[in-house]
Design a protein around this ligand. Sequence first.
Ligand SMILES: C[S@@+](CC[C@H](N)C(=O)[O-])C[C@H]1O[C@@H](n2cnc3c(N)ncnc32)[C@H](O)[C@@H]1O
Length: 392
Amino acid sequence: MEYPLLQVLEERGGAARPRDIYGEIAERLNLDPDVRSEKKTCSDQDYAVFDQQVRWTRQTLVAKQLVAGERGIWELTDKGREKLTRIDRGKVVLIYSLDNGLAFLAHAEEAAGAIEPASISLIMTSPPYPVVNREYGRFTVPEWLDWMSGLVGLWRDLLREDGTLAVNVMDVFQPGTPSLSPYVERFTLDAIDRHGLHLAGRMNWHNPSKLGAIEWAVKRRVTPRNTLEHILLLSKTPNPAWDTRRMPCEPYAERSASQIASDARRANARRPGGYDINEAAFARRGEGRIPSNLIVSGGVGGGGTYARRCRVAGFSLHPARFPEEVPRRVIQLTTAPGETVYDPMAGSNTTGKVALDLGRRFISSEPVLEYVQGSAFRFDQRSDFRAHPMSS
Ligand SMILES: C[S@@+](CC[C@H](N)C(=O)[O-])C[C@H]1O[C@@H](n2cnc3c(N)ncnc32)[C@H](O)[C@@H]1O
């Protein structure tokens, strides 16, 4: 929460009254409105849980000398402003590199110009999500769709003919209702209709601990908990260069003797669709089930070395990282070793780290300096790591 609090103060000209900014911080964190309004009682007094967390974060920032001011007005210090450095529009700066990796400080709009056209096998990214009603300074759904459509046009040109664009998007709810905004569908159709891409497939990321909309799923019990995020897989050709043999197989389910006997009977029967499937179709070859398009993974957990090193260096942890399993499965499916993966909105560069672990090359871009610098902790113990001075 530290970084969003600093950002909101900066947008307010450097100082604000706490009660004016709680809502904006919640928006930046994509916080469920119900979590935002959760109350607890202590000594017969109600207090807002989220607001109290924000006040604690401010306390931490004061201790780090990033925020100053009396309790009634919170102010950014010079050190706090420095921490918010974002690259100017129009600039692309290489911050670190490896033999097989390049990390740029840049907005995605400009980073695209620094990358060789038709050179990328996979563009994998998780953009900031839109908000459904405009109360604060972030993207509404129509603005988001417009912005992303422009980027898809740029990214299309960077992809090889057999390449894939993978975009991780999360459902957002229509205000005050349990209905979903159809922005995911609109984005998909725009990529197909305007940019000529194909919907090669979808993966779903199931996060068992995700709360979804508390009001509708938990309090009123009218919808199931929405634990899924989508990974839309768009491609230039209808037959992108995918291969499921690069993904680990899934374990076979335990089967009883009667299920095995029933498989044998099915193998000998003609299928209703007219297909003649022989016994070999049901045989287990030992390696496991063909991988599915469901990724099951909880949140990012402790964050390992990245989180530990960020804490030691006093850097904010990226608040919206995805777990490594998400890019891992997509990279394995859509790229071969040695090919290049680009994450244009790289945050803490989870995608780059996984790409390198899997023997691929990576390019990343991210406009927030502190996130790019923090992401270097994922790589700087390697002998081929090179930090590049900002002026170069
Ligand atoms: C959901 S986060 C990505 C997190 C990343 N997948 C990870 O695991 O760390 C989205 C990122 O997009 C960045 N961003 C916002 N606007 C951008 C732009 N115009 N170009 C590139 N990145 C942008 C934000 O700073 C943020 O770090």
